[in-house]
Design a protein around this ligand. Structure first.
Ligand code: ZN
Length: 158
């Protein structure tokens, strides 16, 4: 028999923020993994996006939902270019197959998002550079936390 999944809680403003890989973003975006569900294939994360930062081109291989809690996020070029400009507090739904050639932040922003299935980072011709699903996100998050543990604390170094 399968067991019901355990409840979880994450204090978002506690603990270190992982840099989002520069291969997939620009401008110093950081993130925190909140939850993964291998059974559902979903993963949830919180992102902090400094003014001027952006995510590289990607395709949502499954649908996703987000809540922008701070700032402004321009998706698919923003409202002026036929996309969406989310202004906090704002909610957005991205359909399965949504292609975002650039998601950018004109002011310091933060958002929560749950992804169903992997995020596929792509080249301009649409070929896939990397698929980031729950397993990859969890692997990256655990690697960051392991590396962070091994770092001597600033107090000891002083
Ligand atoms: Zn997107």
């Amino acid at each position: 028999m399968k067991q019901q999944a355990k409840e979880e809680y994450v204090q978002i403003d506690a603990g270190a923020w992982a840099p989002f890989p520069e291969a997939f973003s620009k401008g110093g975006i950081t993130w925190k993994l909140l939850h993964v569900s291998p059974e559902a294939g979903t993963w949830s994360a919180y992102f902090t996006c400094p003014k001027g930062s952006s995510f590289n081109a990607h395709i949502h291989t499954g649908p996703g939902e987000y809540v922008l809690t701070k700032g402004r996020m321009d998706v698919r070029g923003g409202a002026d270019a036929g996309g969406a400009s989310a202004i906090a507090p704002g909610f957005g739904y991205e359909s399965s197959g949504a292609r975002h050639d650039m998601t950018h932040f004109l002011v310091d922003s933060e958002f929560y998002m749950t992804f169903s299935g992997p995020l596929a980072f792509i080249n301009p011709d649409g070929s896939v550079i990397a698929n980031i699903g729950w397993a990859e996100a969890q692997g990256a998050w655990e690697a960051f936390n392991e590396a962070n543990k091994k770092k001597p604390s600033k107090k000891k170094a002083a």
